[in-house]
Write a protein that binds this ligand. Sequence first.
Ligand code: SF4
Ligand code: FES
Length: 273
Amino acid sequence: MGKKHGKDDHAPVSGTTHAAHPTMSLNLKVWRQSKKDAQGQMVDYRLEGVSPDMSFLEMMDLLNNNLVSQGQDSIAFDHDCREGICGMCSMMINGQAHGPQKATTTCQLHMRKFKDGDTIVVEPWRAKAFPVLKDLTVDRSAFDQVIAAGGFVNVNTGAACDANSILVPKENAELAMDAAACIGCGACVASCPNASAMLFVSAKISQLALLPQGQVEAEKRVKSMVAKMDELGFGNCTNETECEASCPKEINISNIARMNREFMKAHVTGREA
Ligand code: SF4
Ligand code: FES
């Protein structure tokens, strides 16, 4: 049973409690913003009956169920897979992108990481290139535009049976796979004091630059993607390494060094595919 709280300024938003299992009561401070360009504010909620086994998003679902049953507007937040794959669940939790657990997306974060009576501050990603649409949802289509600028392979790479005939050094194959783990969540941008997208862009460039199939368009790709990144208002990298620390897929900042090398090479050779 959740711990009893004293008098509170804010109306409690009660949830279902189960006598057999201890539940938590939380004080939530959530960013509410009715629409893009509207004035937003932090709003306090008391939530009871939170199971430690709930994911963070299930806790938000509980809060929303209670808000709706009280005739209030639910809190908008993005999610899709809830399996750490799609990168949609972008939330800044107590000032940390995706919350306090390393290498974990918000949807895979469980409430057992918090304590009964905790205050949890929940905000959207904050970056010029990711404008808030409503509450905790932001427009991350800037990432799509960066990918559309060159994050693909146009050349015919053959059928599945051809894959084994193109030899790839094991180390390169593994580095490419590591880079390809990026789920495009945007935590790197939200955590960087410059709102730089270089970890994301470098992962997308690296996953192709490390493979033979990515070589044909490599110079054009890095030039286009970096130019688009700059055009969309992402900041530059000043080696803060907050991006790597907050990345739920542990994308390594060595990818940024690789992107810089690819960029220099493209400009020195001056060739384009
Ligand atoms: S590099 Fe990491 S933090 Fe950035 S978008 Fe990819 S998965 Fe998310
Ligand atoms: S909802 Fe898909 S990664 Fe969290």
